[in-house]
Design a protein around this ligand. Sequence first.
Ligand code: GLA
Length: 387
Amino acid sequence: METSRRTVIAAAAAAGITAATAGTSHATSPGGKPGGKPVKELFGKLADGTKVHRWSLANGGTRLKVLSYGGIVQSLELPDSRGRYRNVSLGFDNLDDYVASSPYFGALIGRFGNRMAQGRFDLDGKTYQLSVNDGENSLHGGAKGFDKRVWDVEGFTSGSDVGLVLHYTSGDGEMGYPGTLKTKVTYTLTRDGDWRIDYAATTDKATVVNLTNHVYWNLAGEGSGSVYDHELQIGASRYTPVDKGLIPTGELAKVSGTPFDFRRPKTPGEDIREAHQQLLHGQGFDHNWVLDKGATARPEHVATLRDPASGRALKVATTEPGLQFYSGNFLDGTLVGTGGHIYRQGDAMCLETQHFPDSPNQPSFPSTVLRPGQTYRSTTVHSFSAR
Ligand code: GLA
């Protein structure tokens, strides 16, 4: 933990800031004591009567609320340098809005993060047709991906860690994907307040897998306006340009001399309005960065996001070779978020750790094939600080 982080937590404790006084409109739930066992409550019911629960956990100054529906991070609260908490993740205060119209707010994404061209791929001589839900393409696992499934969730404490284990078994052929995929995702809050995600999956037939999480970050607090003035750094010298449908062309283009160069911290706002063809395709940034570190056995630092006004910062470390930076381009003022404010274009950004989009159709990209007997593993760690 950084010294500043300790100071902040101490300041928050001294100021008597608790879940009830944190200044967020939805902070009425049991909360989950720092370092204590996660607390479960009913959040709502689906149309068929299935109960959806919300789990609250806290550790090291970070407070997290997670739904059994989609493994959704419904709220992630962080202190600023003076100990003032804000929910820094876009979402809703009720289940119906998540079911009706969520653009993947905070959700677990599977079986395949991002796009698959024409919702189709070949594997071992067979062609698989997937659920198509984004023009002619398949996006984030199809019409009913992992973000819309009810997961089995259990809370745990282990040493100084607090967390949740989420299980979902996706049947052979679900959304067109071959193989029964048994998926286990662990959300851990460490004593330092880091939020760690460990993904694991096994299959009984050869298939493809690419899991991620779709938190929309606004480090000033959800509903507080644009993130174009956040500072972003991404450790990538290349990115994967896309066509009009946001499918990678297969090229690994250099970021140097383009708006895509985030090797040194800069704000997305600096050149998001540049007339670059790729920014037109994405209506902003909506691309996969080819991380210089490549795929690694252990999570390595790949990106830092900082809000200069509040001082809140996020560091992302991952085992994955790619990072989708999406600048909230499709938020269009039609959704009312958790705190009662309307979300508009650029009001948050996603940093989705992943294998590259459309990998099964792109022989030069790192493979996303999973075979029986193998275990898919991926880890991403989010570390927070404030100064
Ligand atoms: C991802 C995609 C975007 C968009 C969002 C959800 O980040 O890359 O194009 O579909 O999810 O709105």
